[in-house]
Design a binder for this molecule. Sequence first.
Ligand SMILES: Nc1ncnc2c1ncn2[C@@H]1O[C@H](COP(=O)(O)OP(=O)(O)OP(=O)(O)O)[C@@H](O)[C@H]1O
Length: 590
Amino acid sequence: MIKMSKKKETVKEIFASCSFSSLGLHSTLCDQLRERLGFEAPTKVQAQAIPVILSGRHVLVNAATGTGKTVAYLAPIINHLQSYSPRIDRSSGTFALVLVPTRELCLQVYEILHKLLHRFHWIVPGYVMGGENRSKEKARLRKGISILVATPGRLLDHLKHTSSFLHTNLRWIIFDEADRILELGFGKEIEEILDILGSRNIGSIGEGNEVSNVKRQNLLLSATLNEKVNHLAKISLETPVLIGLDEKKLPEDKSHVRFGSLESDVKEEVEHPSTTMRSTTEDFKLPAQLVQRYVKVPCGSRLAVLLSILKHLFDTEVSQKLVVFFSTCDAVDFHYSLLSEFQWSPHSQPDMELKQLFLRCKTFRLHGNMKQEDRRTTFGAFKTEKKALLLSTDVAARGLDFPKVKCIIQYDSAGEATEYVHRVGRTARLGERGDSLLFLQPVEMDYLQDLEKHGVSLTEYPLLKVLDSFPLYGQKPRVKKFLTTESHPWILSLQNALESFIIHESKMKKLAKDAFCSWVRAYTAHRGELKRIFTLKKLHLGHVAKSFALKEQPSLVGKSFQKQSKKRKRDQRQKGQSGKWKFPSKTNAK
Ligand SMILES: Nc1ncnc2c1ncn2[C@@H]1O[C@H](COP(=O)(O)OP(=O)(O)OP(=O)(O)O)[C@@H](O)[C@H]1O
């Protein structure tokens, strides 16, 4: 009963009490929303944004994760394009450009677009993104794409080198997940794109400029706001309508919403944030129904605790879908192989043979070093599963919409609070219930205060209670005796089993060593204030090794470490030269 009314309350908080048609959308489009996507009524963000976007104003949307921002911008654009008379066709080139930070998000937006355009066959959707075949993309651009979804690096490439890419009719530029685009280091590319398209704010965008005669309308969407987003808003939006922003976040003079002086550059803004929209702690928008917890785990027991919690979650809930975030690609690979191969039955005596896979659920992995095709397959497969586990780097943290994910585990801390918010935003979407769990070592507990400063507060996860619930050799541990995690018999036995598994499998040992080295490197890459909390000096590297089930600490000056450093530098050089994928300093991180 209580559950029902809570659900109703959440529905009320998320959805608006109007219909799509009352917002001014064409009836065929409303039918598509209902039939193809199953959307009966608009979310609040959609109800606010759609009429404003239909009116032609520039818009900045700052709304919580999973509140329906994608349709909020796609629907009004389609609505405009379907009404053009005479009808547009492929030969008119591109009318709308949706910029997204990652390839997965590119495909996700394209999929929704494709569904919405089902009955508007003359409006052609398409995408271009890193990792895809350039010549095939060129051919598609030559034929004409009306609404183009793109990652910035590849788009810039085509703008410079694909002469048949027609964009003189361009009317809309949309920055989806703008904060992420900028964090990935695409700021320069974005400015160049705006310049080439004649869409940089120099008073009146798109009017009378040399590139286009079409009146431009730019839209910027972001679940978090910061100085960089602020700068992008300043250079790309003209007197925008702000949606989802609290009064207190607006600049003093609300009648003329401005974003700092046009002469100022990013640096100036960082130094004088008061001249711009305030980027404060309140900028984080989290779904109200999200239950956020942390678990305090000594370094050496981290792996055993992670596996125990996963087992507990998958054993107690039939349809469990879960994402675990790691700091590096190597860590994802190691844990993925471990979970796919590690067999252990707690019911059998240590020397007996009876074994079964420790975690019985489908496990997937996703990170930036995987082949594009594998990334695509994982993305599609995890979406449709009902019971599954995804191990991922931050490549999955932004914008991706995996239906029915019940829990997010941040095994390695996200570092920046914005990243924390985006990771947990993969659950509790659109009013659904969701849990998040953050792993912290005792020396990292100050991170909670850092999150608190951003209005994010977490409660403690009852770890010992969960560990006590596991029967060991058919018996439950005698609860009162074991007051610490590391001395808990379940953890001790599991850790032993993990270590002896790794020591006997040379492939696993290699993966564990590589993961250890990249983990250490990523740990040292925390920046600013976070460096004080996540300090390698405070850690015992032997304990870190244990968290990769290694009995001994691998050498950090050994071959493997040097090889990885060289590979990293080589990768960075290549990425820098091609201007494709640039990541923040966290190595092996995506
Ligand atoms: N009006 C609606 N009715 C029902 N479901 C909806 C509606 N609008 C969006 N959804 C669903 O809600 C989920 C979240 O939507 P979407 O991915 O657009 O959110 P978002 O705000 O962009 O999230 P993020 O900030 O994480 O990118 C998706 O599964 C989408 O299909």
